[in-house]
Design a protein around this ligand. Sequence first.
Ligand code: SF4
Ligand code: SF4
Length: 364
Amino acid sequence: MEAPTLSSSFVKEAAIRVGFDACGIAIASPLTEEEWGYEEWLRRGYQADMAYMEQHRDKRSDPTLLVPGARSVIVLLSGYKSSQTMQDCVSGARIAQYAYGEDYHERIKRMLFQLIAAIRQRYPDFEAKPCVDTVPISDKQWARRAGLGWIGRNTLLVNPVLGSYCNIGELVTPSPADLYDKPIENRCGNCHACVAACPNHALSESRANSFAMPSQSMVTTEGSNHALSESRANSFAMPSQCIVTTEESNKALTHSSINELTHSSIPLLDANRCASYHTVENRAETLPPDIRLSGYAFGCDICQLVCPYNQTAEVRYTLTDERKAQLEALADANPTTFKRLTKHTALSRIRHSQWQRNQKQRKT
Ligand code: SF4
Ligand code: SF4
């Protein structure tokens, strides 16, 4: 049975109806090392002990290996910028904003299935694989390919309207689309605020074609440490009006046009230096003493908080008094209470012992 050709505008309107903030559609051609730099990132050992990042490398770059015959990657964004941060309302541990509310894996997956159902109302034979962080696919790169933003120096997708506070999901499908989006230009310009703000010197850039530059050489001010873990790097939002594609964004995408729009250097995150990685992914009893957590016991938002695009980003999550109280109660929670209060949230990714370990070190 032949996969139906999708109306791009229909899919995007359906995406908004089910609650996504933005949608873009990319051709499912393989990502290139020049636009992505993944092999270089691994070569440098920046994945730390996330061995799973070394697996399924072919699938990460080529969606046709995930879904045989894939023609399109439909990329969806859902924003999570909070009305206030834990700094504003809690005297205890800081928690990355993506973990305030419902676990984004559950929320996005539910919305992806709703979108499949909505598309099937018009295209009964539509088939797609929903992906949200649990499938080996590079969310940020596909969001960039689909014209939803650029990869900022903080290594996150930055949306021009809603900044980097977005969760990303995809539908990989054998269906072609009548129109495809294409990447937008990188708008970081001369800004290095995220690089400068990182307390652990975890962010760097590598020339797209030579990768010759050592990470430290791109750190422009003292105290910059930037390291982003995969776990915190998967969220983005865009307002509904951004769904209206421009003439330019609707031209069919070719490989050469993808590469023309690739930034001349590729931002890289050294997870070994990132507080987000250490507080969430690192299972060791103790953390490296030189990693500064800056008050965080789960994740780290520092390189996002300073981004000018996040200053004006639209709020997509309201931290209620009830939720604030629950998050505050975590500070002294025993294992049972911790499990109860973190159920169905991203905080459930860590054990109570990790939480306690992080609490001890968070004041560094
Ligand atoms: S999450 Fe924190 S430690 Fe990691 S790169 Fe950003 S500012 Fe640095
Ligand atoms: S702070 Fe934002 S705009 Fe500035 S370099 Fe970093 S990602 Fe780009």
